[in-house]
Design a protein around this ligand. Sequence first.
Ligand code: ADP
Ligand code: 5GP
Length: 199
Amino acid sequence: MKGILYVVTGPSGVGKSTIIREVLKRFDNLVFSVSYTTRPKRPGEENGTDYFFVDQRTFMKLKDRGEFLEWAQVHGYYYGTSKSQVEGALRQGNHVLLDVDVQGAIKIMELYPDAVFIFIAPPTFSDLKNRLMLRQTESEKSLQRRLEDARWELSQAYKFEYLIVNRELTSSIKGLESIVVAEQLKISRMREFLGQITP
Ligand code: ADP
Ligand code: 5GP
């Protein structure tokens, strides 16, 4: 079976990183694609684990060299997915999980129609606001910007295949975990195996 690309998206503060972090621990053959960003590093984040933190000049150089599978300007900074990282991991037979913004996910729908597209939504808009505030990572300006962007992002959810409403964290983790497993069991991804059963 070929490696599967899982694309997780949703508004900032909805809980994507928290859910993804837990799901990654549950699968040996599921790898996270570490993106490049020009956003400043938050306390506790590590270069090479959360993101590759680069300046704008380096980002543009990588973009011009065609290193990104997709890239986008999100909430005022640049973010890009490494093409070699994703393709390398898939080639080695791993499944790959991406955490990208909604524009990025929509671009990937055209590039990788076989990928699995998952949208994470908050129970209510005020839950989203509270989570972003409680995370204490954003200035007032950045928080307002992320909430404004969330309106358009939420309007795009109907384009996705799966919707996880992140109420209870444990249910959301189970939801994403179930999607990861179910997609691997699809007949359409198992044809090669089926052909090999009968001697
Ligand atoms: P994102 O990666 O989507 O920007 P995070 O994973 O950083 O979001 O989560 C934003 C904040 O919400 C964090 O402080 C996180 O601990 C919290 N959080 C995540 N899931 C839940 C949940 N189900 N209920 C309450 N708080 C949550
Ligand atoms: P944050 O700054 O909160 O880490 O991320 C902001 C937004 O950028 C999130 O919606 C996240 O999914 C998105 N993002 C992270 N990496 C990438 C990427 O490589 N490409 C795109 N398009 N978005 C990304």
